[in-house]
Structure formats: structure tokens, C-alpha cells
Design a protein around this ligand. Sequence first.
Ligand code: ARG
Length: 283
Amino acid sequence: MTSVLSDPSPPVERPRRSATRRRYLMCRPDHFAVTYAINPWMDPAVPVDVDLAVSQWDALRRTYLELGHQVDLLEPVAGLPDMVYAANGATVVGGTVLGARFRHPERAAEAAAHLEWFRANDFSRVVEAEFVNEGEGDLLVVGDLVLAGTGFRTDPRAHGEAAAVLGRPVVPLELVDPRYYHLDTAVAVLDATTIAWLPDAFTPASQQALRERFPDALVADPVDAAVLGLNAVSDGRHVVLPAAATGLAAALTERGFTPIPVDLSELLKGGGGPKCCTLEVRA
Ligand code: ARG
């Protein structure tokens, strides 16, 4: 008779993860370019291949469709090269749309295009923002909470505005590393209670706040964060993430998630990954 205690390699308990169908808004990178530098990833001297950007973006779109999600498209506008990063244009919770207000004049006009799309698509509560907020770049919905970044883009006063408009408690978090200028480059929302994150991207007080709320969070290896691995999109089970973030993919598998690697090398030149290209529309 063998004792359970003597089993040298007990099977690893991986939690069962379940996906829910999502609705995403995306914008084809037809006019993508790096003509200015508003984050350290952008270098106008490095050429971008627009055709490759479009085909990589299209592979991301098809990945969502294959996972059973709905993808709506926002019409790209010439002269707005960053519009492909649709996550920055709004935050949508329970059908309420809080529009973005961009920090940099180069992106300012994207906000109106988003507002117009939501109005045209029958969202009855579409709110124009008073303070600078860069949509889901800095406002991440986790269950009933909104994690709200500041430090580089979103004005801290926008945090109270988001709480009031969206009717959700907001957890303010301060970013300190310019490479992780948006919250969605330093935190990945995996499901209603689970995040992955890079502690070094935050002030000690914000690290403390995240540790208290998410004691079981997946702490990312800085090597994976440095390829924007945390700029990931999860449906609760499948996690679409940059292919270069191999360590993070392994850690996700370990926790019962299914990593879906995608290559968005051209869009990384603008400082974005899968999440930046994907705005979740929560009915
Ligand atoms: N070039 C864009 C900017 O700096 C990239 C935005 C990336 N989007 C994001 N959700 N992090 O504004």
C-alpha cells in the first residue's frame, strides 16, 4: 500500500478557468505611423511597415473571432496614427461610456471619433470627460473595481470623475517608470479577481495597495514586462499576449489560463500591444 504522503510528485492543482464572451472595439492601423514620440518606445527614425502592422492587427482580430468574441470596428482617420490603440478612446462599464481626453495634442481628436461611434451605436449614456483620462490605457475594470493609473497620462482628478460616472469604486495607482506609462502596460486583468502585474512600475504606496487587494496576483518577471507582456487581453480563460513574453505565458499556464501568443511587432514601435488595440465594450 502506498502512502499519499510518500508520493514524490503530487499532481499540480490548476484552477479551472472559464471564458465569457466579450465585445471588443478595434481600429485598423491603416494610418499607423510613428511620426512623433510621446512614450519611450516611439522613435520616428525607425521605419514602420504599415502593411505588416495591418496583417498583424488582423490576426489579432481573427484570434478574438475564433475565441467566439464580437469585434466591432471604428473607422480609422487619416492623420491620427495612434488611433489603432483603441483602448485609449473610452471606458465602458454597464453600458455607460466615459469618453477619453488625451494628454497630448497629437491624439486629442481621437476622443471625438470614439464618442461619435458610441452615440451612433445607441449607447444612451455617453459622457464627455472633464479631466485627462486615456481610457482603458489607465482605467482597468477588475470585477466591481476600477484600477486607475496616473503619473504619465491620466490626471488624478479623472479618478474621481471615473468613479462618479461609472458608479464603481476606483483604486488610484501611481506609475513611476516611463516605459510603463499606461496602467495597461504594468497590469493585466485576468478575471474578476485576478491580475498579473509588475511591482517595479509603481510607487511603494501603490505596490502596497495592489498587494493588499490582490495577495494572489501573478507577479510578472521584468523581462516579460519589458516586451509589453502585461499588455494582455483575457476573457477569463484565454489570455492573448505578446508572443515574446514566453515566461509570462508559462506562468499563466501554471495557473490554469490558456495563453494565446500573438506577434504585434510593428505596433510595439508605437508603444502598444494587444490590449492597447482592444477596447472592451461592457454592456
Ligand atoms: N503611441 C501611443 C501613445 O503613446 C500608444 C498607446 C498605447 N495604448 C495603451 N493602451 N497602452 O499614446
